[in-house]
Design a binder for this molecule. Structure first.
Ligand SMILES: C[S@@+](CC[C@H](N)C(=O)[O-])C[C@H]1O[C@@H](n2cnc3c(N)ncnc32)[C@H](O)[C@@H]1O
Length: 265
């Protein structure tokens, strides 16, 4: 599928590019924050040895590694496979592959999982339909995506302002839709999946914890761009980062929206 000019992929070379010095730390923090719930959901959905599994946008690779450890036959993709190459020695197939433009044959996988990827694509609903098409009959798609709404009415002014600026910058620079996850699980139903399930939780954040450190890295990676775009000043970003390392700081971070469904048959 060719992209039109307004649909250019803007993730790989931007603020989350894998060449950014803190990007591996940012991805590893994300894994430490999310993997427990992801593993539990995959196990509950019946992941089993021998399953043909696709992990899309694998990032630093912990979910792909865990699924391979469960005996699944795992393929992991990403726009940039720099942090995934070590998985080849663990029997995982690593592919440089763009969810939006590159294909798999229909009916290839028993399980497909993707996390914090689809919202960054130009047409997230189209991406869901593509993922659904790659499932074998009876296969399951598990999607986990964040939404920013819990940060919008934070009682902490500096954090609230920085979150708003970051959201705007993400939309401006990457083209991400930070509220798309609120539409779940409807895109899975529209893609023809059945047995739909849906879950939501909100990540807490406490000054100095892993979630807070993850936000500091996000803000630092976006700092120059946010300032240049007039979305925040250095002083405002400094104030938010100071809150995020303060032991007395307690707030809400992102909502994590999870949806799953099976291909009929
Ligand atoms: C926020 S990270 C999440 C990484 C991993 N899924 C996790 O949750 O730990 C998003 C990942 O998706 C990848 N990505 C972004 N757009 C993609 C696309 N169109 N196709 C495949 N991967 C993509 C990025 O390179 C990055 O590694």
């Amino acid at each position: 599928m060719e992209r039109t000019s307004h649909e250019q992929e803007r993730y790989a070379d931007g603020l989350f590019g894998h060449a950014v010095p803190t990007e591996l730390e940012r991805l590893r923090l994300l894994e430490s924050l999310l993997d427990g719930a992801t593993r539990a959901r995959l196990a509950a959905l019946g992941l089993k040895p021998g399953d043909a599994v696709l992990e899309v946008g694998g990032g630093a690779g912990s979910v792909a590694r865990w699924m391979a450890g469960q005996g699944a036959r795992v393929t992991v993709t990403d726009l940039d496979t720099t942090f995934l190459t070590g998985l080849v020695d663990e029997g995982v197939t690593v592919l440089r592959h763009d969810l939006f433009t590159d294909d798999f044959p229909p009916g290839s996988f028993d399980v497909i999982h993707t996390r914090y990827v689809v919202m960054h694509l130009p047409e997230p609903d189209v991406a869901v339909a593509r993922l659904a098409n790659w499932l074998k009959p009876g296969g399951v798609l598990l999607l986990e995506e964040p939404a920013t709404f819990p940060t919008e009415d934070s009682p902490h002014p500096a954090y609230r302002a920085a979150m708003r600026a970051f959201r705007a910058y993400l939309e401006l620079s990457v083209g991400s839709d930070t509220s798309w996850a609120r539409s779940l699980p409807v895109p899975l139903e529209r893609a023809g999946l059945t047995g739909i399930g849906h879950h939501a939780r909100i990540q807490p954040v406490k000054g100095g914890d892993a979630e807070a450190r993850w936000w500091v890295l996000n803000l630092e990676q976006a700092r120059a761009g946010m300032v240049a775009a007039g979305l925040a000043t250095d002083a405002e970003i400094d104030a938010a980062c100071a809150e995020l390392v303060s032991p007395g700081f307690h707030d809400l971070s992102l909502a994590v929206l999870t949806a799953w469904g099976r291909r009929p048959g």
